[in-house]
Design a protein around this ligand. Structure first.
Ligand code: DLL
Length: 433
């Protein structure tokens, strides 16, 4: 079902007309009310009235996480605090969190976009949504919650953690939709298996997973273990939270971006130059309707490409390819760029290796060293040392071929790598400590 057929199937010209009108209005608003935007625009010599076409967007300066940090906590809000009915925050890897605010209308827009998101993934009234995204400052829990209510589904606000209890509730309440991070979905699947729960007693049909990168192989693994369809959802607190883009039930065709509320651009992360449609680069978003915390050309650091053709599902908005990593996720190992997603891809293609891994980077003398620790199945682990060594060598070989840099592979006992209840921590970089 298409939740908002009127908007989600608009012809291109109509989408662009809406975008231009809304863009002009938001630029005018931030210039008038948010001092850091006014300062940056003045320095760049651009005024709100210079935005005459969508192409003029590129005349506006970028906004980065540093801008938000410098104006912590509320310095980039465009309305007085009396109009802000909620705040959320995302914890960065360093220092203070990024704080975002919502007016009553923003919360309403977000609920509408999350209702679209859920409908896009095939969720409907009568579904029981088991919402295991964290409730709190993180946008996942409440974002899904309001969307599921708007759609008219039944929400179980379970939040993350206490996995055995989650499974009991899922069974007893007849949950049909699972929403959580992909790493937590795997964790749930493993606990189901370990506790010998009869999976035919579970009614989960579809899962909507996001908030962290996950590979196609990881999708297959989750779908197989839980017997469900696994849909990818993307979003970030600075732009709104979940509900920026989502796959439709067709899957693997990219994530539909709600373009009547957000304009996506792809830029070269080095030069900042806008790249033509179809090219891979850093995703940049401008919000068009947000009141409390509008953002202009926000650099997400996420790497993807845009797909401009309408989807077979009938929706006309541009899509983005699955995000496989962030430009700041990239590890530089002895000068070679390595993305954790490449490592995941290699691991997931090896028989007997479990989808639980961690990457440890360190420096020995002047040399970077990378170790990949990965769990193997019980059968393999109890095999002879020779077999284990052979497997580790084979993975090392494949890593070398894929990454063009060597790493050490250590096969570890089942259940030794810490399980995730939210976003998984894949990389431990000891070089920075
Ligand atoms: O993770 C919002 C969210 C909640 C999205 C629930 C989906 C589901 P932040 O905590 O601000 O917001 O983290 C945003 O997470 O810039 C990406 O790097 C990463 N990310 C989010 N979704 C995906 C995804 C939420 N589907 C950051 N694939 C983003 C890959 C993702 N990375």
């Amino acid at each position: 079902m298409i939740w908002n057929e009127e908007f989600e199937t608009l012809p291109r010209e109509a989408i662009e007309a809406i975008q231009l009108k809304r863009l002009q209005s938001v630029v005018e608003r931030v210039y008038a009310t948010v001092a850091p935007y006014r300062k940056k625009m003045d320095e760049a010599g651009v005024k709100p009235e210079d935005i005459k076409s969508l192409d003029d967007l590129r005349r506006l300066p970028f906004t980065t996480k540093d801008d938000l940090r410098e104006n912590y906590p509320f310095g980039m809000f465009a309305v007085p605090l009396e109009r802000v009915v909620r705040v959320h925050a995302s914890s960065g890897t360093t220092g203070k969190p990024t704080v975002v605010g919502y007016t009553r209308r923003d919360i309403d827009t977000w609920a509408e976009l999350m209702a679209r998101t859920l409908a896009c993934a095939g969720v409907h009234r009568g579904d029981v949504v088991h919402n295991a995204y964290g409730y709190g400052l993180f946008t996942g829990g409440l974002g899904f919650h309001y969307g599921a209510e708007r759609l008219g589904a039944t929400v179980i606000p379970i939040s993350g953690g206490n996995t055995k209890r989650q499974i009991m509730i899922m069974k007893d309440f007849g949950s049909t939709v699972l929403t959580c991070t992909p790493s937590y979905a795997l964790n749930i699947a493993d606990v189901i298996r370990e506790t010998n729960v009869d999976s035919s007693e579970l009614k989960i049909r579809v899962g909507i997973f996001g908030a962290e990168p996950w590979s196609e192989n990881m999708r297959e693994e989750i779908e197989k273990k839980l017997g469900i369809d696994a849909i990818d959802i993307y979003g970030l607190s600075e732009i709104m939270g979940p509900g920026v883009s989502v796959e439709c039930i067709e899957k693997k065709h990219g994530l539909h971006i709600f373009e009547d509320h957000f304009i996506p651009e792809i830029i070269d992360p080095q030069t900042g130059e806008v790249l033509p449609p179809g090219e891979k680069g850093e995703l940049v978003f401008t919000t068009l309707t947000k009141e409390a915390f509008p953002v202009i050309r926000y650099r997400t650091r996420d790497i993807t490409r845009l797909i401009t053709e309408p989807c077979i599902c009938g929706r006309t908005f541009y899509r983005m390819e699955k995000v496989t990593g962030r430009s700041d996720d990239m590890l530089i190992i002895r000068g070679v760029n390595v993305f954790p997603s490449q490592i995941e891809h290699v691991l997931m293609s090896v028989e007997g290796v479990e989808p639980h891994y961690q990457i440890i980077v360190d420096r020995e003398g002047a040399l970077d060293v990378m170790e990949v620790q990965v769990e193997v199945s019980e059968d393999i682990f109890s095999d002879e040392i020779k077999v284990l060594e052979g497997l580790a060598k084979r993975i090392e070989q494949e890593m070398k071929e894929t990454l063009s840099v060597s790493c050490k592979v250590r096969l570890v006992e089942p259940k030794t790598i810490q399980r995730s209840e939210g976003k998984a921590k894949r990389v431990i970089d000891k070089r920075k400590i």
